[in-house]
Write a protein that binds this ligand. Structure first.
Ligand SMILES: [Zn+2]
Length: 278
């Protein structure tokens, strides 16, 4: 499932590919992709003739701004991919939408499991579309996200650290994989109550958020065994080889040597070290 590092990698790729380009044509064939807010009036034709101004990221969402103004929001869901190819390249299976650019290139939304979604909204404020964008918490890599901000989010909460990190309304962009990696790096147990962290532990968590997510972006994200995450050129990421906790059940902790444990709860697995994560 793409999380902040994978979506940020795609954002940077997409920015280089599409900003400054004009839209020649657009098509939308996968109606499930548009299931919640429907196709824009006029369908894909409403994008034609517009130019692409910017590609932004909010949590796990991509926000593409076009002249008009018009905003296209893309959420990759479980298995969604964006792929840039020459406009006359062979079809890619499970393509649900495509945008042809003045460069002669085409960006395709490919999604075998159709959990991904696209929203198109007139105007320049994407916050209403979809609604959950308006409720996203701060981005852990934003300049304004300091130790004090993190301490404020944790203070007086009884929620355990892992579900708190997964709550997009508290902090945006983290999913199951990076929550485990960040908590391992911070030497914090996933079920530790958020409000129980002292100053030093908050500082470790803040530093780990920055370092783990930053390194994962530098390695262009994680592609797991299903290899479903691909960048805009269709290449897998490189961070999966550097995971310290996620997917390492039974292997020795790289810090203390005890076997990494896997626990199932709430329909997901948590990987952690019972010795050095407290
Ligand atoms: Zn350990």
């Amino acid at each position: 499932v793409p999380e902040l590092p994978e979506v940020e990698t795609l954002r940077a790729d997409l920015e280089r590919e599409v900003v400054g380009q004009g839209v020649v044509a657009a098509s939308a064939t996968g109606l499930r992709t548009f299931r919640r807010y429907g196709l824009p009036p006029g369908g894909g034709a409403c994008l034609a003739g517009r130019s692409v101004l910017a590609v932004e990221r909010r949590g796990k969402y991509l926000v593409v701004r076009l002249s008009g103004p018009l905003v296209v929001v893309v959420h990759l869901g479980m298995s969604g991919q964006l792929r840039a190819v020459e406009a006359d390249a062979p079809p890619i299976a499970h393509t649900h939408a495509a945008v042809s650019l003045t460069s002669g290139r085409q960006v395709r939304f490919v999604d075998p499991r159709t959990f991904g979604e696209i929203f198109v909204s007139a105007g320049d404020a994407p916050d209403g579309v979809p609604l959950e964008l308006a409720h996203l918490g701060p981005d852990p890599l934003s300049a304004g996200f300091g130790r004090a901000e993190l301490a404020g989010l944790l203070a007086a909460r009884r929620t355990r650290l892992k579900p708190l990190l997964l709550d997009q309304r508290v902090v945006a962009g983290i999913g199951n994989l990076y929550a485990d990696e960040v908590l391992w790096a911070a030497r914090l147990a996933p079920d530790r109550p958020a409000g129980s962290l002292g100053v030093a532990a908050v500082a470790r968590l803040h530093q780990s958020l920055r370092e783990v997510l930053g390194a994962a972006i530098a390695y262009r994200g994680s592609s797991l065994a299903d290899a479903q995450y691909r960048d805009l050129a269709g290449r897998v990421g490189g961070y999966q080889a550097r995971h310290a906790a996620y997917g390492r059940e039974g292997q020795p902790c790289q810090r203390c040597g005890r076997a990494i444990r896997r626990r199932h709860a709430d329909g997901r697995s948590t990987f952690y070290c019972t010795r050095c994560q407290r």
